[in-house]
Design a protein around this ligand. Sequence first.
Ligand SMILES: [Zn+2]
Length: 259
Amino acid sequence: VIQKDLSLANCLISALPTQQRAVFLAHCEKVELKLHHMLHQAGALLNHAYFPMDSFVSVVFPVLDAPDVQVALIGNEGMVGASLVLGTNTSAFTCRIERGGRAFCIHRTALQQLLEVDPALRNILNRYLGVRQIHLAQQAACLNYHSVEQRLARWLLMARDRAQSNEVFLTHQVLAIMLGVRRESVTRIAGLFEYRGLISYSPGYVMLLDEPGLVRLACSCYQSDLLSYTRALGDLMPAAQAQRFFDSQAGGLDVLSNK
Ligand SMILES: [Zn+2]
């Protein structure tokens, strides 16, 4: 559910102090991201950064002699085009829209100029880059240690959190890239999840039916990701926003508090 105050619909933007937020938003355009469109290709010039509201984007790393690897899902907790913050105007990743919806879009020049004059913005986006680094390390651990079933449960929960809905639209191909398996394996594993009452599945559409069950099945990376994010940025979010953030991930945080 999108808040009435759209300026709070992206966690990073909502973490800005009110006055800086107004200045930042004055440089942004509200855009509609269309499902399955490419936001940018690996290696291409980044002209814009995007701050999703109700949309989300998959971040894929191309491997020269093997299939692409999915490394992240970015929704209202983050930004697309984060390398602009480092002053790098290209990205090593391909970003594709997996849920259509709205985003704030800012031109690279405007973003980089604001970063020079606004320490609050710099602080938030630097912290966010720190989180992204931890998430990449987490992803390396995940691919090494965790089963396909654990990883599917994790990605579905991540997609649910970013969609803010139990309905997620993920094609066979995207699920295959997420899991690093062939499409036939996606059919088999999704069938297994359906048999266990965890999801209802048809190609291109997943409905999450048993959230606690998925949280139990998911690998610890799901909780670790949430924890590293809230450790880095939780104190900057307005209380109401932080509460909403925690609520939407209640399953994961329950498990955390039991530790
Ligand atoms: Zn994992």
